[in-house]
Ligand binder design. Structure first.
Ligand SMILES: *[C@@H]1O[C@H](CO)[C@@H](O)[C@H](O)[C@H]1NC(C)=O
Ligand SMILES: *[C@@H]1O[C@H](CO)[C@@H](O)[C@H](O)[C@H]1NC(C)=O
Ligand SMILES: CC(=O)N[C@H]1CO[C@H](CO)[C@@H](O)[C@@H]1O
Length: 288
């Protein structure tokens, strides 16, 4: 969903403009307060203070985290600093984050404003990172090659298309829905089903081991779009099991009122460990 944020924000703008008050309050879930759901062994990730808008964990436990998003109408704790991609090794005890150096002569780092990220691993195990970037209020997709030894990202090019998996999950933030589509060989999509939630569903991560969906959610959109440090947005994480069956199982795994973690956008798992990212705030790491 991170990638669809632009559309989301446009949609929100239109919604605010066009719809009457009651309707946008419904869409933003404006009166929703969080009922806490606690998890044991959670710690904020040291070194993440300006967002962790999107993240992806490789099958080997290395996590990429995009940080420092600046977006019109959205809070930023470091409006004058470029964004960055962080690396975290979830195999370590008490893992820390490291900023990946960006190399490549044709890439302007001063305007780097990373948003959504995805990885792609080719047959010879080279890992590529696709990053939705918003330099100077534009939108591009940047392709990097991950150089693990050097802890760097080599910028290869700016590209326009991405690969799609067999099933495609799309979250509709302001409608509080997740839609499931099947992707056919001819690249067409057939809608299979939609699930409803009482929270604004943001980015979806699919656990490659179980097929479960992990979703970072905003319980109350009003608190995201009209940031107030006295009454900050909370965080919710939902797990959806068996989504392709008649009876998907939806579990609210984590819920917090913003005292610890504000504005969760994404949640992903590796060997029972859970990493939760936020639009502009911190990141939370929970061990089993
Ligand atoms: C694409 O494939 C699906 C499934 O095989 C089929 O139902 C659909 O008609 C095809 N669409 C086009 C435009 O060929
Ligand atoms: C948020 O939750 C914490 C811990 O449960 C509690 O101490 C605090 O008062 C709550 N804050 C609000 C604004 O409800
Ligand atoms: C619905 C959606 O946009 N999900 C994205 C969440 O982020 C991961 C990792 O970057 C993407 O692979 C998903 O497509």
């Amino acid at each position: 969903m991170a990638k669809l944020m632009l559309l989301t924000l446009l949609g929100l703008g239109l919604a605010l403009f066009r719809d009457h008050r009651a309707s946008y309050q419904t869409r933003l879930n404006a009166f929703r307060e969080v009922t806490p759901v606690e998890l044991p062994n959670c710690n904020l990730v040291k070194g993440i203070e300006t967002g962790s808008e999107d993240l992806e964990i490789l099958p080997n436990g290395l996590a990429f985290i995009s940080s420092g998003l600046k977006y019109p109408g959205i809070k930023s704790f470091a409006p004058d600093k470029p964004g960055k991609i962080l690396l975290m090794d979830l195999n370590e005890e008490a893992p820390t984050v490291l900023e990946l150096r960006v190399t490549g002569s044709n890439f302007d780092q001063s305007s780097f404003n990373p948003h959504g990220i995805s990885t792609f691993t080719d047959e010879d195990n080279t890992v590529y990172l696709l990053v939705v970037n918003h330099p100077d209020s534009k939108s591009t997709v940047e392709l990097f090659k991950f150089e693990e030894e050097e802890k760097s990202l080599l910028h290869l090019k700016t590209i326009r298309h991405k690969l799609l998996p067999k099933y495609v999950y799309i979250s509709e933030l302001l409608a509080h829905k997740i839609h499931v589509y099947e992707k056919h060989a001819n690249w067409t999509l057939t809608p299979l089903k939609s699930l409803d939630f009482d929270t604004l569903v943001d980015n979806i991560s699919v656990d490659p081991v179980t097929g479960d969906l992990w979703v970072g959610c905003h319980p109350n959109g009003m608190k995201i779009f009209f940031y107030d440090s006295e009454n900050p947005p909370g965080s919710e994480v939902i797990r959806i099991q068996d989504i392709l069956t008649e009876e998907p199982k939806v579990t609210l795994v984590y819920a917090e009122n913003g005292t610890v973690l504000q504005g969760s956008t994404v949640a992903s798992v590796y060997k029972g460990k859970l990493l939760v990212g936020t639009v502009f705030h911190k990141a939370l790491y929970c061990e089993p």
